[in-house]
Design a protein. Sequence first.
Length: 138
Amino acid sequence: MIAVPVPVKRLFDWKVRGVRCVEIIGVVCVAALVFSVYIAKAAAARESAEISRIESEIRENRQRVRLLRAEATRLEQPARLEALSREIGLGPVDVHRQAVEAGLPAIAPPPAVVAAPAPVAAAPVAQAAEPVAGESLH
């Protein structure tokens, strides 16, 4: 048989209202473990709900992107743009209305005349006075 030190034997034999102290410590430890598992499970549930919410936002945004791409494709259809341009009086450019390099200055818009800014009057430069005998420069 193993010799048990006296303080350990006293701890195991010590009773509070008929219940051993070791049993009370064990119940407290089990209760602490149960509480910590409950807290961890609640935190995991919150994180899971947050992940689900973010995933649903991602799905909604992907759907919006698909709809916007489809709308852009519809708006950029050449037949639609051609019909709109004809409605406002635009048409294709005549191939005979091409300019050569030498004729560009003749069709260029006149340069904009920009008024020159008013000249700024130059401030007179102060002449450095020579110190009078006995005065300091400081």
